[in-house]
Design a binder for this molecule. Structure first.
Ligand code: ADP
Length: 369
């Protein structure tokens, strides 16, 4: 009988094979083709990995199925280490926020989404995994804070720092703010591993993850390690950003990653001068991300204008979503509701959901799986 892709992936993950990340898998009735990124591509390491892979698929091999492995070397400055794949008890939904390009507002969307969710009454955690520039501590005014250690069931755990109702851990907590650190793959994996599995997150409706920009090995590590409910892609309407956003969507849709894309948020959509409140200037082009969402058949989650208050609120450390009834905070609320609705839909449609329950909120029905 043909083995399912999920079963193959599970076996490979359980085998915990060193130095390898499985990036693609094709499953024919008599042949399994695996694309594998390997950080140490010596003949010996490849042989060892091949043996371990074949061992984990032993029962299929003995029934005549062939396994073909294509090794690809990962770049030398990005050695990889798999984050251990475990379920995180008490966390109902994990939303990854990604962007193809840096500087398009991914962290701004992450911080505002987290605050909006908390304001709606959800229990929210935020994991800042942006190893290239963790900006969440600034955006939440917690630059000088550090997570404390607490004892949970006799085990020492890291207590997230809480502000505006959001529990936060950032890779930035592991460095001094004025100290530039280039996080190398294994170092970043270790720190992220601790922040994910050795932290006292408690019960959360949503854990929102601020991913690094782009589509690198660190993304693959995080995405393979965690039961991600869905991903949100942030892009500006500009062509260069859209091209990279498209790569981001493709990464999540890769067969072996297979994370549902909840949709695309368009940031910096237009500018409205205060003295001309009825005018919209489309500085980076009009409807670019909206059209991309249509092309890729993923939901469009809404627009955020380019506004001084958004930038100031971020720099000041009090996300603009904290404001009551400003136009932009209303936009963010609409986007947040759409994301929740997409999570609800996703949890209904897909059988393998890790998500359990979302409490009722206006506009969205409750799910209890
Ligand atoms: P990324 O996480 O994609 O690198 P950031 O969220 O850090 O991007 O945003 C980059 C800069 O742009 C920050 O200074 C932020 O305050 C600003 N910014 C983001 N979105 C907006 C917006 N809608 N209006 C004005 N400034 C914005």
């Amino acid at each position: 009988m043909k083995i399912s892709k999920t079963e193959i992936l599970k076996r490979l993950q359980d085998a915990n094979i060193d130095n390898c990340i499985f990036v693609n898998l094709v499953n024919f009735s008599n042949e399994i083709i695996l694309d594998v990124n390997i950080s140490n591509p010596t003949l010996q390491a490849k042989k060892k990995a091949e043996l371990e892979i074949k061992e984990s698929l032993n029962s299929e091999l003995s029934s005549g199925i062939k396994v073909k492995i294509n090794f690809k070397k990962t770049s030398a400055d990005k050695p990889i280490k798999k984050i251990e794949s475990k379920k995180i008890s008490g966390i109902k939904n994990i939303i990854a926020i990604a962007s193809g390009k840096g500087g398009v507002g991914k962290s701004t969307v992450t911080s505002n989404l987290s605050v909006s969710l908390a304001k709606m009454g959800f229990k929210v955690g935020l994991l800042d995994a942006d190893i290239y520039g963790p900006s969440i501590p600034i955006m939440f005014d917690i630059v000088d804070e550090r997570p404390k250690s607490v004892l949970v069931d006799g085990k020492s755990k890291m207590e997230p720092v809480t502000n505006y109702g959001v529990k936060i851990l950032s890779i930035g907590f592991f460095t001094k703010p004025d100290q530039a650190v280039i996080w190398r793959g294994p170092m970043a994996s270790k720190a992220l591993n601790q922040m994910i599995f050795d932290a006292n997150w408690g019960e959360l409706d949503f854990l929102v993850i601020d991913l690094p920009p782009g589509t690198g090995d660190i993304h693959l590590s995080i995405l393979q390690a965690l039961p991600i409910t869905g991903a949100v892609i942030v892009s500006t309407p500009q062509n260069v950003a859209l091209a990279d956003a498209k790569k981001g969507v493709a990464m999540f849709k890769q067969e072996l990653i297979n994370v549902p894309v909840l949709g695309i948020v368009e940031n910096m959509s237009y500018f409205t001068p205060e003295e001309l409140p009825n005018n919209k200037y489309y500085l980076f082009g009009k409807d670019g991300a909206k059209n991309l969402a249509e092309d890729l058949k993923v939901p469009f989650l809404g627009c955020i204008p380019i506004e001084q208050s958004v930038r100031e609120a971020g720099d000041f450390g009090r996300p603009v979503a904290m404001q009551e009834d400003t136009e932009v905070s209303k936009d963010l609320k609409v986007i947040t509701r759409k994301i929740v609705a997409e999570v609800v839909k996703r949890n209904k449609d897909l059988p393998d959901s890790e998500a359990i329950k979302i409490t009722t909120m206006a506009g969205c029905s409750a799910v209890n799986k």
